[in-house]
Design a protein around this ligand. Sequence first.
Ligand SMILES: [Zn+2]
Ligand SMILES: [Zn+2]
Length: 199
Amino acid sequence: MLIPPDHEGYGVMDLMWIVIVSDYVLKLVTVLVKTIITLMPHSIMHYQNRGKYFLVVEMGSQLYRSLAPIQPWLSYLLDGYAGPRKVLGVFLSATYMVCKGPDIVTKMKCFQSAIVKFIHSVNYGSTPSKSQLEDAGGLCPICHDDFLLPTMLSCKHIFCEQCVVTWFDRERTCPMCRTQVADDPAWRDGSTTHFMQLY
Ligand SMILES: [Zn+2]
Ligand SMILES: [Zn+2]
């Protein structure tokens, strides 16, 4: 949207302005979407599913933000060199795309794994038996209340399902014994990258 309609070659300062402002707007849109997810009542979106939504939104946003600067950069490189220097413009554009390739591939893989995690519901543990529940004392160590949908982790510690899923949006270890149970919780808590996309 920010590319001037008569883009007869714009300067490098115009290019930086276009790329940085576009990236900032896209980041704000991402935060807005996450805000809407946070505001959703529990009846529409279960709290334990929020982490998955945050992850997909963030990974989709990072992929899109890495694709967005391609058009302004190529317009700049291709239109900026007229006449005999056109060859240089084409060469620089090709170099740009070669440098950009691995970044896009990485972002696509992250987005793909986020989609996979979104589709498959992550199961952190099994349902404990009655005697195991009694041995645990009947109270969840996180919320200090009666167990709601008790879940037993691989380390035999028992928590409410909602308590433990919320915990694993931030941590990857059991809250009691620090056994590693979950994957990397990056971006599941609704945080947004501070990275600024310049190229
Ligand atoms: Zn609990
Ligand atoms: Zn444990």
